[in-house]
Design a binder for this molecule. Structure first.
Ligand SMILES: [Fe+2]
Ligand SMILES: [Fe+2]
Length: 187
């Protein structure tokens, strides 16, 4: 059974439903597909369990995509929804807990308790750098940042993101981070 493909289909369906019922934000295209790719690469790089990491990446924001509960609590609600979905597909219970852990602890590498959780938390951050236009969209449309403030806001947002990476990934990602910052900001 290819659980990654099954859960990917589920997330694509939830994305479609969100776009029909909530707003036009395409979670899959804007975020989840990047997190999946980065998490998959990190799993290989750090010798983590690839299936656990990929399922964690696919499911990490399930509460947001399901429009369930608040953004503040989307990790805990996500853990509940991920458990339900994996149980529905008869995913083995020992592995299920490890995937749920990835969802629960995805919001900062500082929360991660094992290698797989660390891969998902770091991938979530790196995915922002993979899709900077989405972050600009966040700034203007969700946080109502003005043109006068975007420079400072963006600089702070990306610096905080970088700072949230694990120590091991800070080392690897540093060059790319500095290149991106040099392109975006002159001072
Ligand atoms: Fe999240
Ligand atoms: Fe995310």
């Amino acid at each position: 059974m290819n659980y990654v493909e099954i859960i990917k289909e589920e997330m694509l369906n939830l994305t479609r439903k969100y776009m029909e019922e909530v707003d036009s934000y395409n979670f899959w295209e804007q975020h989840i597909k990047y997190v999946l790719k980065e998490a998959s690469d990190l799993a290989i790089k750090y010798d983590a369990d690839k299936e656990i990491v990929e399922l964690g990446a696919l499911l990490h924001d399930i509460a947001l995509v399901s429009n369930y509960g608040t953004r503040k609590e989307h990790h805990t609600n996500g853990a509940i929804l991920a458990r339900e979905l994996l149980t529905k597909h008869n995913y083995p219970s020992d592995k299920l807990e490890r995937v749920v852990g990835c969802v629960m602890n995805h919001r900062s590498s500082k929360n991660a308790t094992n290698n797989e959780e660390l891969c998902v938390a770091d991938a979530d951050i790196i995915a922002h750098f993979d899709n900077l236009p989405m972050i600009f969209n966040y700034a203007f449309n969700r946080y109502n940042i003005t043109c006068n403030d975007i420079h400072g806001w963006m600089k702070k947002y990306l610096a905080e993101d970088f700072n949230d990476l694990s120590d091991r990934e800070k080392v690897s990602f540093k060059d790319r981070y500095e290149n991106i910052m040099n392109v975006l900001f002159v001072d």
